[in-house]
Design a protein around this ligand. Structure first.
Ligand code: ATP
Ligand code: MG
Length: 392
């Protein structure tokens, strides 16, 4: 018997002729995610991937935890790989259930069998039935309940056979690196980390840009953003984070532009700078955490004026979502607790009391012409600090 991890892939199965490419990227991402835990073989077989550690001492719990964050994986199971032979299947099923009953007060079960190996002399229902009887004989405390069992013993009969009782959900999506690169405008809030995660889930590599206004925003606010990037890096791999000094620009806007237009002008300049950074890094789109109507700068009129500042596509995956839907994802991906830490953001420090909710582009362009935007943006890019953020 050998303990292995069974990995189920999702959408890449639909990829037809390109499927081998997607699969090999996924296999390489799995290897990267498991780096440092010990030597493993990662084997492809039909729509499955098997992770087989060399050592008996392998930390399966840590491996499973990391693999649930690899995009392209739909679910995982820690499984026992055994010879395809009914006596072996019976023997190891008993051992596995013994382990299970040690830690759980289970009363009912069922057996579910899949037979991929048609040369095996018994058919699936027969295997389930005979194995079920064998289990009932060995464990008098258990009864069969096919509708709502406390646990299911899954048996897969293939070249080798596999038994398991646990199916752990992962996030699905496409393997990272199969869909180019995009640049996330990462604030310290709840929304932008979720937005970045959603696009990364589609296989897009992510870089991040953060604007900070030292000394109006503190060193701790910057550390909070680095921590958010670190949480995202567990899904996205190392993230290049560009920290852009924004104080001079905000002071200039406050001095020269109408108060009720300052937020929208600030948002436009953030987009322009992000576009410059994206282009210099081979990134083909921007990502923001905006959602229609959430605040004054996210009315349709404001979004249109902000969008007009750049020419590359802007992805806004949260655009039609309610705040509670975003919070649900933030909790699931574990960014929420960090996002709600109370450090100030550059937007909130300089925020206008009554920002325009229906800005007109020509008015905004007129106000903006009082600033030397090209010079300001160029300076900011020049003074940008680049930090590589690795997962914990
Ligand atoms: P979030 O929760 O992501 O901060 P928000 O609801 O607070 O979003 P805004 O403050 O209007 O909304 O920001 C809208 C989007 O602009 C953010 O989702 C983010 O993508 C980007 N953004 C805002 N502030 C910054 C910043 N300091 N650095 C980088 N991007 C930012
Ligand atoms: Mg914000």
């Amino acid at each position: 018997m050998k303990k292995v991890i069974l990995v189920r892939c999702g959408e890449i199965i639909l990829k037809g002729l390109n499927r081998p490419v997607f699969e090999s990227v996924l296999v390489s991402n799995i290897k990267k995610a498991l780096y440092g835990l010990g030597k493993v073989d990662v084997l492809k077989s039909q729509s499955r991937i098997y992770v087989e550690p060399e050592s008996e001492q392998y930390d399966f719990e840590a491996a499973v935890k990391r693999l649930t964050k690899v995009f392209g994986i739909v679910s995982l199971s820690p499984v026992w790989k055994i010879d395809t032979n009914f006596e072996e299947i019976k023997k190891h099923s008993i051992l596995m259930i013994n382990d299970l009953l040690e830690n759980n007060n289970y009363k009912t079960f069922k057996v579910e069998t899949k037979r991929g190996n048609k040369r095996f002399p018994m058919e699936s229902p027969e295997i389930s039935r005979e194995l079920g009887e064998h289990i009932l004989n060995k464990f008098p405390s258990l009864t069969v309940d096919v509708n709502n069992p406390s646990f299911t013993l899954f048996v897969e009969v293939r070249e080798s056979s596999y038994i398991y009782s646990e199916i752990i959900a992962a996030h699905g999506g496409m393997p990272l690196g199969t869909n180019g690169k995009a640049t996330l405008l990462l604030s310290g809030g709840i929304d932008s980390p979720v937005a970045g995660w959603m696009i990364a889930k589609r296989g897009v590599e992510i870089e991040a840009v953060h604007f900070y206004s030292y000394p109006y925003t503190s060193e701790r606010a910057k550390e909070k953003v680095m921590e958010l990037a670190r949480i995202l890096a567990a899904y996205c791999g190392e993230i290049v984070l560009h920290i852009v000094p924004f104080t001079d620009i905000q002071l200039d806007i406050n001095e020269k532009c109408p108060q009720d237009e300052s937020t929208i002008i600030m948002r436009r300049i953030m987009m322009m700078i992000s576009e410059k950074i994206a282009k210099s890094r081979g990134s083909m789109a921007l990502i923001t955490g905006e959602s229609v109507g959430q605040v004054a700068s996210q009315t349709i009129q404001s979004l249109a004026v902000t969008n007009a500042a750049v020419s590359i596509p802007v992805f806004r995956p949260l655009i039609g979502m309610d705040k509670n839907e975003v919070i649900e994802i933030a909790r699931r991906i574990e960014t929420f607790e960090t996002s709600i830490l109370p450090y100030e953001d550059c937007c909130t420090v300089f925020v206008a009391k009554h920002p325009k909710t229906k800005p007109r582009l020509e008015h905004i362009l007129n106000s903006e012409s009082k600033l030397d935007v090209e010079r300001l943006a160029g300076e900011a890019v020049k003074n940008t600090e680049i930090i590589r953020i690795k997962p914990n």
